[in-house]
Design a protein around this ligand. Structure first.
Ligand SMILES: [Zn+2]
Length: 314
């Protein structure tokens, strides 16, 4: 028996599920589990579920781990500072997982991590001016301008979900009115359908029903219009070459892409629209980003997977 091949644990913690995987040097997924996030049971239960999922996929050969979470993250100390969706404050995830697994642990923000994956492995690779828009429970983006990731003065750049697109629109969870997120996030699509139809249907259900159910068509149309308005605003400010639609909602594929492309093109009267594409990494982008961060923590900083064709600095 030779030595086990090196691998990393990558964990993406969302408000709905915890995705944990063991990922090899070429990005091969060696073991993967998804478990529900027990948000209703409180922070200790969520932390226990994360630790147990990470331990379950860990294997001999483990060299590092990466964990990405929503909300506010201190990447230096590896602390999950705050998340409205999960309800925790100041959880030292890096230290806890480091103790459990005995390897270095990188902790970062889920959307930033998805952006890293899209720029390293996905459609945004090598594109100097682009927006990676992650549409899931909420909506946030990673801004790349002139080849640089724009973080902003307080690390809050990219909150495009909270750009108001309808001045007198619905109240958003953030307290403002008419945010894109209040119409186009997966959570808002389900909420708006429930309010208008008096029945339960999740975002995927709304997409599937839109040809036969007028309320579903209305809710979906409002969602794609709100996204298009946000994209138009972004395009006017930053003139991107490419906009990548990612996150769980992007699994709708052409049902999402085509109306957004058409509405953006119709609104941009005097200039060509940017290319708009659906992510090739889907809702796994955040997890692949966590794996790339883990390889970095192991000293394998690569433009791609360390065992792949990318350039490594180790
Ligand atoms: Zn908002």
């Amino acid at each position: 028996m030779g030595r086990p091949a090196p691998a990393v644990v990558a964990v993406d913690v969302g408000g709905t599920s915890i995705k944990a995987a063991l990922i090899g040097e070429r990005g091969d997924v060696l073991h993967r589990i998804d478990v529900p996030t027990p948000v209703g049971d409180g922070t200790p239960a969520v932390v226990a579920a994360i630790r147990s999922a990470a331990a379950e996929v860990a294997a001999p050969g483990l060299v590092a781990a990466g964990i990405v979470v929503p909300g506010v993250v201190d990447v230096v100390t590896g602390t999950a500072r705050y998340s409205a969706n999960i309800g925790w404050r100041d959880v030292p995830l890096g230290a806890l997982l480091g103790e459990d697994l005995g390897v270095p642990v990188a902790v970062d923000h889920d959307v930033r991590s998805a952006g890293l994956a899209e720029r390293t492995l996905g459609r945004a690779h090598g594109v100097a001016d682009c927006l990676v828009l992650v549409i899931g429970t909420g909506i946030a983006g990673v801004i790349v301008s002139g080849g640089a990731h724009v973080r902003g003065a307080t690390d809050l750049a990219g909150e495009i979900g909270h750009v108001p697109v309808y001045p007198d629109g619905e109240v958003c969870a953030c307290g403002q009115r008419g945010c894109a997120e209040a119409y186009a996030s997966a959570a808002s699509i389900a909420r708006r359908y429930r309010t208008l139809a008096g029945r339960e249907l999740d975002a995927a259900g709304v997409v599937a029903a839109r040809a036969s159910d007028p309320v579903a068509a209305q809710v979906w149309g409002a969602a794609t219009d709100a996204l298009a308005l946000a994209v138009v605003g972004y395009t006017m400010l930053l003139d991107p070459e490419l906009i990548v639609l990612g996150g769980g909602l992007a699994e709708a594929g052409a049902a999402l892409l085509e109306p957004v492309q058409a509405e953006v093109a119709a609104r941009l009267t005097w200039r060509p629209p940017p290319a708009i594409e659906v992510s090739s990494l889907g809702s796994r982008a955040g997890q692949f980003g966590a794996a790339l961060l883990a390889w970095r923590a192991a000293g394998r900083d690569c433009d791609g997977w360390p065992g792949g064709s990318g350039t490594c600095r180790s």
